[in-house]
Design a protein around this ligand. Structure first.
Ligand SMILES: Cc1cc2nc3c(=O)[nH]c(=O)nc-3n(C[C@H](O)[C@H](O)[C@H](O)COP(=O)(O)OP(=O)(O)OC[C@H]3O[C@@H](n4cnc5c(N)ncnc54)[C@H](O)[C@@H]3O)c2cc1C
Ligand code: SF4
Ligand code: SF4
Length: 834
């Protein structure tokens, strides 16, 4: 029997074992594994989840018993210290000597700690192992509420920033480059990400070279240059990785000039009996800091040892990544930055919503070469498939990136349109065919079961949405339906959670989590549940403030320079000269940029955080209310002047718009929604471009629903014809309530209606013919919402604890004077981004 010794029981070392014992021929070999860490291999990619419950066991890739059951001899807390190549033996830290036929080096990497003066001080940590996290947590407990810096604004640095924020510390990311995630993002997308992260309370310091760590024994600050320093109580270093190649070096294996053990496409080192895989292996002159290439290397090493010589490493390694950073989707795939001679880029950017999408296509627009997504990466998997499979693009490739975020979806086919051979999970090389087969033939009906059977979605997890889509679609072909679970913290759909909250009378997020959830929650379920509470109890966003979206937390939209906008309600666009003058006076007093919006109201831009309650106090005195321009709630009801002034008008559109805007104001929903009222079919108010719209016709009002403007316009569909005003309102009441109860989080009415089986006819049956017998309930629920409205800005200015949120710096009255403006046509505007 031959012996294989695996050095390193990390993610890739474990994967090698798993793949090896899956082969029939494995019985002819003895596997011995050495791991220096005290525990069995665990999921380092999801390391941060350790903070959720401190349960390291949960992250284990397999229990210790698995190694025994598979005849693997496992030694943990035992480091391999030397390789004697001629004798084919290794020595360990516990003085053991073992002989091998094949040696597999899977020693991974360590965080790179730059040689900065003072880096050895107490309070300086790295972020790689469970022990690192335990040490960091213990130290954080001694500096409660203090400041923590993260050195490195790359992928792992930002993850560490989120971790320190969760420890209750104020996070400061310090990056040497002039942008965040320099390897994955271009300058514009990086800026979008930066603004979003800053709005969440993460301080970002770019173009900073750290010269010295300050402090006497323990860290008290970081010095960047003359007169440039940052006071911090803790530092987490995340400045890249270095391969753990010391064993290879001392054994005289060929090494890369900057480290790493050189391997060929069979994973062989310069000694054919020694293979190297994972982050220690230098393949094509690169160290790949991702699991997917490591897993592929493990497969190649297994096959090579078992004489399946055809399996070799692909020449080009896909470095596509998708991750959720503190609730912000970030993804890059293929060639994210592209030289102009290779093709051209199509870019969609919406700074207000922190969205950036870029695709790079060939000059003829036929092939996708790569791209970047920030703020919304729902389309990542489909774009990745198009890129990997060189699928032909639609006639107008820009359609691939406009839309999304529930605004109508991009113009993709379904995941089912992919060829069976398309690799959906690149970490585990699982194809679409294998996933569908697992559902259709093996009877696996949910993500957990399919993942267990195929291993899909068990690596970095980036493919989870697409695997879920494939399961859903496959089940549909069997005539079965599946629920869309809101996130991993609740095994329920949004609709089910809605019913649970309502029926059990649950009053807070924590109560809901304790009753039917698990873990600590996340950025997906928290705002979704906040919206559910709001829809059921008509709670303002001031309550349960910590689970609200950032804009809701401050009751204002953050703008591109970190200032906020102020938007009072101007129902139906009707405003008196007295109100206009009051607004003008207040805008002038606080030096705000004013602009009339498409929603027929007046936006005032450039307010600093601490000014918001002062401005609102004055506005409220003048009779204004919040316009909820920040909320997932009713925005405006736009109207034309109608029969009041227009000679074509069939009815009074302004009065109707004012009435309806006041009726639905303050109601929170899965996404924002808007209305419109036109006095005749000339449609000056563009009511058919709104979520609901009324158009006056001969004999009554036509009622339309499910329209959208925005990036992916959709005309609303006719729900009812020539009805009187009371009936029109009744139908729209029910429509809104039904949407609130059944839509997915962040799904606007147009895609919701599109996905509703039976479409508009079904909807007509539900809300006109009461086919589900729920109309009375919908009517009562809507009336309760209408009756319990209160202006949340009034509540905020009158409540001292809420007002406290509007100080720039905790424990300080100081304001932020770093915000810069320039003048523009007699007003001010934000200084252009660098
Ligand atoms: C916080 C964090 C988040 C990440 N997120 C992602 C992500 O989203 N997507 C992604 O693709 N990748 C991610 N990664 C990277 C991913 O974890 C690595 O690519 C992967 O763990 C590499 O596996 P490996 O086995 O090569 O190295 P490791 O997992 O580091 O394992 C190497 C093991 O070998 C041991 N060892 C070293 N020398 C010896 C010796 N001489 N004797 C015995 N044992 C030894 C080490 O102690 C270690 O346990 C993340 C990493 C971190 C730290
Ligand atoms: S269309 Fe809307 S999102 Fe786009 S720039 Fe104008 S205001 Fe901003
Ligand atoms: S929609 Fe008709 S009623 Fe309204 S302003 Fe236009 S023409 Fe006049």
């Amino acid at each position: 029997m031959k012996t294989i010794i695996v050095v390193g029981n990390g993610m890739v070392g474990y994967k090698f074992c798993e793949k090896f014992v899956a082969q029939a021929a494995h019985t002819e070999y003895k596997l011995i594994v050495f791991g220096e860490e005290p525990r069995v291999a665990y999921d380092r990619v999801h390391l941060s989840e350790f903070f959720e419950d401190g349960d390291a066991e949960r992250l284990s890739l397999a229990p210790r018993s698995w190694y025994e059951e598979n005849g693997i001899e496992l030694y943990t807390s035992e480091r391999v210290t030397e390789i004697r190549r001629t004798a084919k033996t290794i020595t360990t830290s516990k003085d053991g000597t073992f002989t091998y036929d094949y040696l597999v080096l899977a020693t991974g990497s360590v965080p790179f700690v730059p040689p900065i003066n003072g880096v050895e001080k107490n309070g300086v940590f790295v972020y790689r192992t469970i022990e690192d996290l335990e040490d960091t947590l213990a130290y954080a407990a001694t500096i409660k509420g203090g400041k923590a810096a993260i050195l490195g604004g790359g992928l792992l640095g930002l993850e560490a920033a989120k971790a320190v924020m969760d420890m209750g510390l104020e996070p400061h990311v310090v990056e040497f480059a002039p942008k965040l995630m320099p390897r994955q993002l271009d300058s514009r997308s990086s800026k979008v990400l930066q603004v979003k992260l800053e709005s969440m309370g993460i301080h970002i310091h770019l173009s900073k070279a750290t010269n010295r760590i300050l402090g006497n024994g323990k860290i008290s600050g970081m010095e960047f240059g003359e007169d440039d320093a940052l006071d911090v109580d803790m530092l987490v270093i995340s400045a890249g990785i270095r391969p753990r190649d010391e064993l290879g070096k001392s054994a005289g294996l060929e090494m890369g000039t900057r480290g790493g053990i050189v391997v060929n496409n069979k994973m062989e080192t310069s000694d054919p009996n020694i293979l190297a895989i994972g982050e220690v292996a230098l393949y094509n002159q690169m160290i790949y800091g991702l699991v997917a290439p490591g897993y592929e290397m493990a497969q190649v090493a297994v096959d090579q040892i078992l004489d399946k010589k055809d399996t070799v490493m692909a020449a080009a390694i896909d470095m596509s990544t998708k991750l959720k950073l503190i609730g912000v989707d970030v993804a890059s795939f293929g060639v994210p930055f592209m030289p102009a001679d290779k093709g051209h880029s199509i870019i969609f950017e919406n700074k207000t919503e922190s969205l950036y999408k870029r695709i790079n296509v060939t000059h003829d627009g036929k092939k996708l070469l790569g791209g970047i997504l920030v703020g919304d990466a729902d389309d990542y998997n489909m774009l990745l498939q198009m890129y990997q499979n060189e699928m032909p693009l639609p006639e107008h490739p820009e359609a691939l990136i406009i839309g999304g975020r529930g605004e109508g979806g991009a113009s993709f086919g379904s995941a089912m349109d992919l060829p069976d051979t398309a690799v959906v999970c690149s970490c585990e090389a699982v194809t679409k065919g294998a996933i569908c087969c697992s559902v259709l033939e093996d009877g696996n009906e949910n993500l957990k079961a399919v993942a267990k059977a195929t291993k899909a979605a068990t690596g970095c997890g980036g493919c989870k949405p697409m695997v879920t889509d494939l399961i859903t679609e496959s089940l549909k072909t069997l005539g079965k339906t599946v629920k869309v679970q809101i996130c991993e913290h609740f095994d329920y759909s949004r609709q089910e959670l809605f019913d649970i909250v309502r029926l059990r009378g649950i009053q807070s997020y924590d109560e809901l989590l304790d009753t039917v959830g698990k873990g600590h929650g996340c950025e997906v379920c928290k705002p979704a549940v906040a919206a559910i509470f709001a829809s059921i109890y008509n709670e303002t966003a001031n309550k349960q403030n910590t689970i609200q979206d950032t804009n809701d937390r401050f009751l204002a939209n953050i703008q591109r320079n970190g200032t906020y906008s102020v938007v009072p309600r101007v129902a139906g666009g009707e405003i008196t000269p007295k109100q206009l003058m009051a607004m003008g006076r207040i805008a002038q007093k606080y030096d705000l940029y004013t602009k009339i919006t498409g929603g027929q109201r007046i936006d005032m831009f450039g307010a600093k955080l601490h000014e918001l309650p002062l401005i609102w106090e004055e506005l409220i005195k003048e009779g204004f209310e919040t316009g909820q321009a920040y909320g997932k709630s009713l925005r405006t009801v736009k109207s034309c002047v109608g029969s009041t002034w227009c000679r074509y008008g069939m009815d009074e559109s302004v009065s109707f718009a004012v009435e309806i805007e006041n009726r639905y104001k303050g109601i929170r929903s899965p996404h924002k929604f808007k209305g419109g009222v036109s006095g005749c079919i000339r449609e000056c108010a563009e009511a058919r471009g709104k979520d609901f719209g009324f158009i006056a016709v001969e004999g009554g009002w036509n009622v339309y629903v499910g329209g959208n403007g925005g990036a992916n316009p959709k005309h609303a569909l006719l729900l009812a014809e020539k009805v009187d005003k009371a009936t029109a309102i009744k139908y729209v009441d029910r429509f809104i309530m039904f949407y609130i109860k059944t839509a997915l989080p962040l799904q606007r009415t147009a895609p919701w209606l599109e996905k509703l089986e039976g479409g508009i006819t079904y909807l007509q049956n539900v809300i006109i013919n009461d086919s589900l017998g729920i109309c009375a309930e919908l009517d009562t629920e809507m009336q309760a919402l209408v009756d319990s409205y209160k202006c949340e800005w009034k509540e905020a200015v009158e409540t001292p604890e809420i007002r406290e949120r509007y100080t720039h710096f905790v424990n300080s009255e100081e304001t932020d004077n770093n915000i810069e403006f320039v003048s523009l046509r007699e007003q001010k505007m934000p200084k252009e981004w660098a």
